[in-house]
Ligand binder design. Structure first.
Ligand code: 0O2
Length: 205
């Protein structure tokens, strides 16, 4: 659609790309520091993976329409808080919360919203800790702010989410498929919990 092409043009704007880069770099640097510090203390790596993405024009358009909003870039900037996204994957669930707590303790990271899909998983079985944060961006015209959605999850949660996202997310309403997926999410969660118990046992040996 014409609107998608227009949103895409704004996304490609060099100034916007720089802002996205600055927000991602700032948070990635903080996460790397948190990882280094916690990993040293715990004597194992606490962040396996940090990835980032800027939402695509098509995904922005679909979300705006779903929310009954005008499908243009200005509305997206004003209303959507997940245009920039960072995903953090940790080995164990308790470490997800430790990393989140460390992030919250950073003076220049403002927490706008938190959704805990680990304590309250989605009906389909999706688990992750979502945080919307605001970080300062420095431009020649002075300080600016940018919102970023950070998704924190365990390797096990990531395994389920990545596959579910690629194959099923927003694609099928099939009840049988949904039930099966939920069963697998539960099985993965059980295994995740067992691995954590095993880690604690090994650490006490
Ligand atoms: P994409 O392609 O990642 O950009 P809100 O932001 O509160 O107005 P929203 O977007 O429903 O509404 O928020 P929510 O529930 O926090 O979900 C945001 C993101 O979490 C999604 O982004 C996905 O990346 C991820 N997510 C949420 N639910 C699921 C799920 O059931 N399965 C998987 N695999 N991922 C999920 P987008 O915008 O949908 O897509």
């Amino acid at each position: 659609a014409k609107e998608i092409a227009e949103i895409d043009r704004s996304l490609q704007d060099q100034k916007y790309q720089l802002r996205c880069r600055a927000a991602i770099d700032l948070l990635t640097a903080k996460l790397n520091m948190i990882n280094a510090d916690l990993s040293r203390k715990k004597r194992h790596v606490v962040i396996n993976q940090i990835s980032s993405r800027v939402k695509t024009a098509e995904s922005i358009y679909t979300k705006l329409i779903r929310k009954g909003l005008e499908p243009d870039f200005d509305t997206a900037r004003a209303e959507l808080k997940d245009l920039i996204g960072i995903r953090v994957v940790c080995p164990f669930e308790d470490e997800v919360y430790e990393v989140a707590d460390r992030l919250k303790a950073q003076g220049d990271v403002q927490i706008i919203r938190e959704k805990d899909y680990i304590k309250n998983p989605k009906k389909n079985g999706y688990k992750s800790l979502h945080m919307i944060v605001e970080v300062p961006i420095y431009s020649s015209k002075g300080p600016l702010k940018e919102k970023v959605e950070i998704q924190l999850r365990t390797v096990a949660m990531d395994y389920w989410s990545v596959l579910e996202y690629q194959i099923f997310y927003k694609k099928t309403e099939n009840e049988e498929v949904a039930k099966e997926l939920k069963t697998y999410a539960d099985e993965i969660s059980e295994l995740d919990a067992k691995m954590l118990t095993l880690r604690d046992k090994i650490e006490k040996m």
